[in-house]
Design a protein around this ligand. Structure first.
Ligand SMILES: Cc1cc2nc3c(=O)[nH]c(=O)nc-3n(C[C@H](O)[C@H](O)[C@H](O)COP(=O)(O)OP(=O)(O)OC[C@H]3O[C@@H](n4cnc5c(N)ncnc54)[C@H](O)[C@@H]3O)c2cc1C
Length: 313
């Protein structure tokens, strides 16, 4: 399909596992398909998985990028228009158009939203400035680089505690800072962390700012019970306080739950006929690659029914 045919049967927003799987299925069903991804490469969160992936049936890979490459191989000979650095800024459900940040307008018969989630930020001083200069994005990736260093991890769920365990293999000291008085992480992780001689769990505590001249030097921690503020010397920090859906541009268009996730039925239909949502952006209880791929197939079938017979499933 070439770019002059701007009326697509299906436009897919987001080129992670859900969007790529949807593109495969839409082609399989013979629909004219366009896939938009705002980043410079396809893959979504797969690109930030540095551990082996062992829970996607039929294949085991050393990391997320390897699985992404297999996904790309599956679609390489499929005839659909794929665009990188194509940030969908707006959709108009009345005109059935998707507008890119560049201003280009594309018309669809059906729309599949696969925009995924992003990591939540603390929004405190130094968090942006020291990104990549002490504030890291993955425990696995920096496991060995943490040798002899002091690490501060912010968060209280599985991701925070699992990363504490990973980084404590080499680090001299790992603090886990959590604003509540109990952790949400699974018992298995917590037990290991509590028994670890180099991990210290700080509850009712919150980071106020990250400071350092060239790289991170310390994290200001506030005790939420006493109000006391202290500076914790640190070389590395990792923030794991959950995720939020990439659904801002849909806020006034589609029904979202109170956390911003797109509400769908069993056919992946949203409240607007012909618009479907898949993967993490619509499945907060099951944010997995399998769900992304599975819901993609469901949405593609629903979209096929809609575009060929103008009726829902
Ligand atoms: C560290 C880590 C480890 C994980 N381990 C596993 C595991 O072992 N097993 C497992 O099943 N799952 C795992 N997951 C979760 C899994 O990666 C996600 O469930 C999956 O990636 C969701 O796919 P998705 O396509 O819905 O969303 P994403 O992967 O989030 O992709 C969404 C894509 O949409 C793009 N996008 C967003 N907004 C726009 C826009 N406006 N215009 C254009 N493009 C847009 C984004 O740039 C992104 O590329 C892990 C995740 C992480 C972060």
């Amino acid at each position: 399909m070439n770019e002059n045919e701007i009326i697509a049967d299906v436009i897919i927003i987001g080129g992670g596992p859900a969007g790529l799987s949807a593109a495969l299925w839409c082609c399989e069903l013979g629909m004219k398909t366009i896939l938009f991804e705002k980043e410079t490469e396809f893959g979504g969160q797969l690109l930030s998985i540095y551990n082996p992936i062992k829970n996607y049936i039929g294949v085991e890979t050393g990391n997320g990028r390897e699985l992404r490459d297999l996904f790309l191989k599956s679609v390489e000979n499929r005839d659909f228009l794929r665009r990188l650095e194509a940030d969908v800024a707006e959709i108009n459900v009345t005109n059935k158009t998707a507008v890119l940040r560049s201003g280009e307008i594309f018309t669809y018969k059906a729309l599949i939203v696969a925009t995924g989630v992003r990591r939540r930020k603390l929004g405190v001083y130094g968090e942006e400035e020291l990104q990549g200069r002490g504030i890291i994005d993955s425990g696995s990736k920096y496991r060995e680089k943490a040798a002899g260093k002091t690490v501060v991890i912010v968060g209280g769920g599985d991701a925070a505690i699992e990363n504490a365990l990973i980084l404590s293999e080499y680090a001299a000291k790992v603090y886990v800072v959590h604003r509540r008085n109990s952790f949400r992480a699974r018992d298995e992780f917590l037990q290991q962390a509590r028994q670890h001689p180099r991990i210290e769990l700080l509850t009712n505590a919150e980071p106020g700012k990250f400071t350092g001249a060239q790289t991170l030097e310390s994290v200001e921690i506030k005790d939420l019970q006493t109000g006391e503020v202290k500076m914790l010397p640190a070389d590395i920090a990792l923030i794991r306080i959950g995720v939020e859906p990439n659904t801002e541009m849909l806020r006034s268009q589609l029904d979202l739950d109170p956390n911003g996730y797109i509400m769908i039925n069993a056919h992946c239909e949203t409240n607007i006929m012909g618009i479907y949502a898949i993967g993490d952006a619509a499945n907060p209880k099951s944010p997995t690659i399998s769900t992304a791929a599975g819901t993609a197939a469901v949405a593609a079938k629903s979209a096929f029914n809609w575009t060929t017979q103008n009726k829902p499933v």
